[in-house]
Write a protein that binds this ligand. Structure first.
Ligand code: 5GP
Ligand code: MN
Length: 347
């Protein structure tokens, strides 16, 4: 890969830069023989969907490609063909593969810390590292980046990259996860980056075989009863601040125990608070089992930003969807701290 002009840490600021970085990424992928694809802990639809879209594309060229993740595939993405091939990281089995890969693609996350256990072998590997992502403020670890902070999803960027490879065929197995990636990261085509261009992309994916009805049904109409009961607990205890514009929901260990719910079950909860009249910012605090860590999820409507507050708590993410983890502070205290941080910005 010596003769390929890689970008290093470089955000694609314009459509031309993005196009050129996608073309370089295609060149890099076509030269690779042994490829690792990975993404963040607690992968969401964009993480799993982007990984599988990449997997099917790369299979056309490489001798071997493996998706290796720190966390398991959430149950509502198991219907995606190929999800059964995703490796749950096991150092004894996977380190050798990762260390001897010639290309590692890190998707939908922009620092190796959020890869958790997979981060160390990724950092130690001499493979070319390709970062494909849409989060702000990427860390400098990749040899080449397709980072578009304006993209709706990593799935959208993967689609753009594949479409720079004239003649590439997107099979139904690849179209479905890419559609799922875009659908989930746009809140089912409701968030601000949903525009004509995005609909043209999903139109292409549907034409390539993605079935919007069954993909939605499989991902969103699969909520376990225990999760619905847990959501009830979150609503019962929610508090509104600053003229009912900020909603904070709290889930303690006792709530998880009472509803027999798992930690993963909170996925999608915080968004639902945004449908309350007048709510501009929603926050979910959840205790972690057997730990003093609290997971915080922030969401906001357009014109309101939550990322800076997440960053002030050592977290990160997007302007309107971000998260953080804090340890050693009681959950009620975290609630007060968070409410206070939003005091000035809500009338
Ligand atoms: P969620 O609320 O769904 O866990 O996360 C929303 C967004 O915030 C994700 O896109 C993710 O990138 C970011 N995020 C969540 N938790 C953390 C965290 O602990 N650290 C950082 N840097 N980002 C996070
Ligand atoms: Mn994403």
């Amino acid at each position: 890969m010596n003769n390929i002009k890689m970008s290093g840490l470089k955000i694609s600021e314009t459509a031309e830069e993005l196009k050129s970085n996608c073309q370089i990424a295609v060149e890099i992928i076509k030269k690779a023989k042994r490829v690792t694809v990975t993404s963040h802990r607690n992968p969401d639809g964009d993480a799993i969907g982007s990984e599988l879209g990449l997997y099917y594309y790369i299979k056309n060229f490489a001798e071997e490609v493996r998706i290796i993740n720190h966390s398991h595939v959430p149950y509502n993405y198991e219907f995606l063909v190929g999800s059964e091939d995703i490796y749950l990281y096991d150092a004894a089995r996977d380190d050798e593969y990762i260390l001897n890969s010639d290309l590692i693609i890190v998707a939908d996350v922009n620092d190796t810390y959020r890869l958790q256990s997979v981060g160390e072998p990724v950092r130690n590997s001499r493979a070319v590292k390709l970062l494909i992502d849409h989060h702000l403020a990427p860390k400098d670890f990749a040899d080449h980046c397709i980072v578009d902070c304006e993209a709706s999803s990593t799935g959208e960027i993967v689609w753009k990259m594949i479409r720079e490879d004239v003649g590439a065929i997107i099979s139904p197995e690849a179209a479905a996860p890419l559609y799922a990636a875009i659908m989930t990261d746009t809140g089912s085509f409701r968030y601000p980056r949903t525009d004509a261009e995005l609909h043209a992309i999903v139109s292409d994916l549907i034409a390539c075989g993605a079935d919007p009805v069954s993909i939605y049904d499989n991902i969103f109409n699969r909520m376990p009863v225990r999760a619905m009961r847990l959501l009830g607990e979150a609503y019962t205890g929610m508090e509104l601040f600053h003229g009912e514009q900020l909603c904070i929901m709290i889930l303690k260990n006792e709530h998880f125990d009472r509803s027999k719910a798992e930690r993963d079950d909170v996925e999608g909860f915080v968004e639902t608070a945004m449908s309350m009249n007048g709510v501009k910012i929603a926050v979910l605090l959840a205790e972690k089992k057997n730990s003093d860590e609290i997971r915080i999820s922030f969401r906001s409507k357009a014109d309101y930003e939550v990322r800076d507050v997440a960053v002030s708590l050592n977290g990160g993410g997007h302007k309107q969807a971000s998260g953080a983890r804090v340890s050693g502070i009681a959950i009620e205290e975290v609630k007060n701290i968070v409410a206070e941080k939003f005091a000035g910005r809500l009338k």
